[in-house]
Design a protein around this ligand. Structure first.
Ligand SMILES: O=C(O)/C=C/c1cccc(O)c1O
Ligand SMILES: [Fe+2]
Length: 313
């Protein structure tokens, strides 16, 4: 039975780059609100929809979606590494339901995930293995991507399965909103970087540190107004949060991928994780957004939002 949803941005720059103390305090206050919401939902199972950033999934095999039956976190940006607590048989049953419902998903008995999954699990539950968790990877960065409406279809068919479980199920969407972190693109990357996008698992500590240092520096530059990446787009973010609050998920069926990038940056596709989570919640009818927080945080390269929602009773 679906009992609730948390949509949350992630940013590995949190805790390293520091926006104004008021902003950090407001975000932490919102995380506490989300933790209180989760306690009230008292979930027995968590389904997390999240992207990867060429840390666990690469172009040597890049599925649009992948459901993990066993998963471990790589520990990038100092996030927790190690196994998630995946109920493998239930995850396999979910995959079978989705495949027979008309949406093709990949499956993985050895899924590798990064901060997109581990950061929200640590923040919301204290540990990446605290809760039985089914990880659902949604490709949000490695083009070409299908339409965002496919994420809505995925969420809808997953919701119809999860609603029938005799467990209390919490949905988590991780990513977004508008942002354009300096993630290389295969089409324009020099050979060594292209190879990392294709098969770059197990980088050396030095390689990982150099990559992360560049992203952290870019966040400081964005806050200083000297960055070369696209700015955050609070207006686009506000429109997306209004679409969610007004139960207008079908509006995303008219979105084009190019429009998302032009308006909200290359990584705005991460909102597909929210779209899938909300579509799952909406699979039993309408829902109610019970809290919706937003701050544009350039230091974290994120139009940063946290929302909670419950099924409309
Ligand atoms: O290191 C990366 O590839 C991306 C980091 C990042 C930065 C800001 C917001 C995000 O959602 C990120 O994944
Ligand atoms: Fe991300």
């Amino acid at each position: 039975m679906l009992v609730g949803l948390v949509g949350t941005s992630h940013s590995p720059l949190m805790g390293v780059n520091h926006p104004a103390p008021e902003v950090e305090a407001a975000v932490e206050n919102e995380f506490q609100r989300a933790r209180n919401f989760i306690a009230a939902c008292d979930p027995e199972l968590v389904v997390v929809f999240a992207p990867d950033h060429y840390n666990g999934v690469f172009y040597d095999m890049m599925p649009p979606f992948c459901v993990g039956q066993q998963a471990s976190a790589v520990g990038d940006y100092g996030t927790q590494s190690g196994p998630l607590n995946v109920p493998a048989d239930l995850s396999r049953a979910l995959v079978e339901h989705v495949l027979h419902s008309g949406v093709d998903v990949a499956m993985s008995e050895r899924m590798h995930v990064d901060h997109g999954f581990s950061q929200p699990l640590q923040i919301l539950f204290g540990d990446i293995a605290a809760m039985p968790t089914i990880p659902v990877f949604i490709n949000s960065v490695a083009v070409p991507l299908g339409p965002a409406s496919r994420a809505r279809q995925l969420g809808h068919v997953m919701g119809s399965f999860l609603e029938e479980l005799d467990q209390r199920v919490l949905l988590v969407g991780s990513g977004g909103l508008s942002h354009d972190p300096p993630v290389p693109e295969l089409a324009t990357a020099p050979p060594a970087i292209a190879e990392r996008l294709i098969a770059g698992r197990n980088p050396t500590a030095e390689e990982r540190a150099a990559r992360e240092k560049k992203v952290l520096r870019t966040g400081r530059e964005l806050a200083a107004g000297t960055a070369s990446i696209a700015p955050l787009n609070p207006d686009w973010d506000a429109d997306f949060l209004a679409l969610l609050a007004e139960n207008r998920l079908s509006d995303i069926d008219t979105w084009s991928n190019e429009w998302c990038v032009d308006q909200a940056g290359h990584s705005s596709h991460e909102v597909r994780t929210w779209i899938a989570a909300y579509a799952a919640l909406a699979s039993r009818g309408t829902y109610e957004v019970t809290s919706s927080f937003y701050r544009a945080v350039p230091e974290w390269i994120a139009g940063f939002s946290v929302t909670t929602a419950i099924p409309a009773r």
